[in-house]
Design a protein around this ligand. Structure first.
Ligand code: BF8
Length: 635
């Protein structure tokens, strides 16, 4: 039946059946209404950058072969992709900026609603950044850390961003410098790869893709890599590091995953979006005795908070809050009829949620000036009044409880256990303080290599199927799987982060996981926490004194859809990691761009993109890449 074609998740299948019966429109229905989707758009050869267009290039080599201005298919494809990466990088990095600015306010005593939770992490970050910690108060240190982070966004000199300088392994920095020099010598064109400022690299792309600027595919792609690197090694990294300082570095814990985390007897508040600055506060206030009591007064047993998407990942990693689902679950969660409030901030929030909430008593609450949605209730969030506003938000959920229509309530019982919280700090702790045991296991071959899987759900791919099957295929081949984002939620829902998943791993990986008492699939956090994977890769490379591109590491985003995923994929490529993508990105209409990203990048950067359809074929290719790297390392 239709629902089974749309999702591999039994809870989603049940809810999709319900949607069909009740005639609730879903994202899957809207995809159908969009068919056939524009072929030019899919190939990337449609240009809307000036009003002489829109222009389209014939993919079969016939006229029109150029845009009105003379742009070729490759120029158009490269400019479009660069803009995608700039938007993705901006989204992650703006998130990081918010964390840095809040840390500063807390450090100087201007914000009293937040505090520094992890002083040990603060000192570790400060030390890494070269900030003096001896004999200073933690607030003084925090103020300096915040200053260094804030400076990464807006500095105007030509030096690489400080966070990148201090976190990226020296060998990789050298390699990027060498490529810059080599490209200049070979082409006479300046093409920089080391990011100078986070904001600057995105603005640079906006400028160079303006009408009549950069038309050179290679130059455009190199700037795309530079901008993406400013995300991975600065914007996202700043978000991760400072959120750890403010809210605590994740530790290993067991959480519940899937729609079964909703409880019909409680006021259910779902937090959806990305920034823990909002979601941490809502959880703190919702779980306070005052709010639990308020919920009891309206006839509920209390307030139950669950997460969705990446803010859900932030909460499960740090607070052990249950996760209701990944991106394609957002409409389905509301359809349970048991959600009193869905509270959102920024990114990955369908505008459709407002209309759908109107079919129920659900309060769909937007909070952020960057994400206002028609039809939603807007409660403006303000960090300086965080406690009061969070109280107002939670109260709005509690007030909605008496309006719940019990006849509409249907919560699928599906729920899985997941062991989560694998920050780099926690991984090192399990390993006894250094990456050496992991390196040994890789050298011996009990673990062949490490695959990082990231990214979204994409309604064009059967929900979670690729995530689940690819993960299983990899662990079966003794490849340790780590990852973030909606993939991680998919893996958690499928039970792949439960200790019992050891049984699905190959003999070598299974033995290592048993010895360490961990699952073979590790949840490393939200999308900005892809930076944790970079830091781990950097630690492995430095331990072996090799470049990241020499390591048996490979990445995949098998159900990706957002521009943020373009930035993530590109910074892994720029850091030396081969990255699989499915669905294909809109580049295939530009043969030169495709060649640069799949072949040229391999030679230059060591990292490159490859496109492959189907979990088994992908796992096979990923294993081959890992084996190729192992052979080159002589192991
Ligand atoms: O922040 S929530 S849909 S974009 S993976 Fe993808 Fe999911 Fe969005 Fe990354 Ni996270």
């Amino acid at each position: 039946e239709l629902s089974r074609k749309r999702s591999a998740d039994p809870a989603a299948i049940e809810m999709l059946n319900l949607a069909e019966r009740k005639q609730y429109e879903t994202i899957w229905d809207r995809l159908e209404k969009q068919q056939p989707q524009c072929g030019y758009g899919q190939l990337g050869t449609c240009c809307r950058l000036c009003t002489m267009g829109p222009c389209r290039i014939n993919p079969f080599g016939e006229e029109p072969t150029h845009g009105v201005c003379g742009a070729t298919a490759d120029t158009i494809v490269a400019r479009n992709l660069a803009r995608m990466a700039a938007v993705g990088s901006s989204s992650h990095s703006d998130h990081g900026r918010g964390a840095a600015l809040l840390l500063k306010e807390v450090a100087i005593g201007k914000n009293k609603d937040y505090r520094i939770t992890d002083v040990e992490k603060l000192k570790a970050v400060a030390t890494r950044l070269g900030i003096n910690t001896a004999g200073r108060s933690y607030l003084e240190i925090a103020s300096d850390v915040a200053d260094v982070a804030i400076n990464c966004f807006g500095k105007q000199d030509e030096e690489p961003i400080i966070f990148l300088q201090k976190y990226m392994p020296k060998k990789r920095i050298e390699r990027l410098k060498e490529i810059e020099t080599m490209l200049f010598e070979k082409t006479g064109k300046k093409m920089g790869l080391l990011p100078r400022g986070i904001d600057r690299e995105a603005v640079d792309i906006l400028h160079r893709t303006h009408f009549g600027c950069d038309a050179d595919p290679l130059s455009l792609m190199m700037q795309t890599v530079r901008c993406a690197l400013s995300d991975g090694w600065a914007g996202s990294l700043i978000a991760t590091e400072i959120q750890d300082i403010l809210f605590g570095t994740p530790t290993i814990k067991t959480v519940k995953a899937n729609l079964g985390v909703l409880d019909a007897e409680y006021v259910n508040i779902i937090i959806h979006g990305h920034e823990p600055i909002l979601s941490e506060k809502v959880v703190e206030i919702a779980l306070s005795e005052e709010m639990q009591e308020a919920a009891r007064k309206v006839g509920a047993k209390g307030v139950n908070v669950a997460g969705l998407c990446c803010t859900g990942n932030e909460l499960l990693m740090r607070q052990g809050v249950g996760i209701a689902g990944n991106e394609l679950h957002s409409e389905l969660a509301i359809m349970t009829g048991a959600v009193e409030a869905m509270v959102v901030d920024v990114q990955c929030i369908y505008p459709s949620l407002a209309k759908l909430s109107n079919c129920f008593h659900t309060q769909f609450i937007t909070t952020n000036e960057q994400a206002a949605i028609p039809g939603a209730i807007h409660i403006q969030f303000d960090e300086e009044k965080a406690n009061d506003i969070a109280r107002k938000i939670v109260q709005a959920g509690i007030d909605a409880f008496p309006n719940r229509d019990k006849s509409k309530v249907y919560i699928p019982s599906n729920i899985s256990n997941a062991i989560v919280g694998f920050s780099v700090e926690e991984i090192l702790k399990i390993l006894g303080g250094s990456v050496a045991p992991l390196v040994d296991a890789i050298a011996k071959g009990s673990i062949k290599g490490v695959a990082g899987i990231v990214g979204c759900n994409n309604v064009k791919v059967k929900q979670d199927l690729y995530h689940q099957e690819l993960t299983k295929e990899l662990i079966k081949r003794d490849i340790l799987v780590i990852g973030t984002g909606c993939w991680a939620i998919g893996a958690a829902k499928a039970g792949l982060m439960d200790i019992s998943a050891q049984g699905l791993a190959g003999e070598g990986l299974k033995a290592v996981c048993k010895a360490l008492d961990i699952p073979p699939v590790l949840h490393m956090g939200s999308c900005v926490d892809c930076s944790r994977m970079l830091v781990l890769a950097g630690a492995l490379a430095e331990h072996l004194d090799v470049d990241i591109s020499d390591l048996p590491l490979v990445g995949s985003a098998p159900e990706w859809m957002t521009e943020k995923a373009v930035a993530i994929g590109t910074y892994f490529v720029g850091s030396g990691v081969p990255v699989h993508l499915w669905p294909a990105p809109p580049i295939l209409g530009g043969p030169e761009v495709t060649k640069i990203l799949t072949e040229g990048a391999k030679e230059l950067l060591g990292g490159y993109f490859f496109i492959e359809e189907g979990p088994e074929a992908t796992a096979k290719r990923m294993e081959e890449i890992i084996l190729e790297k192992r052979t080159a390392l002589g192991i």
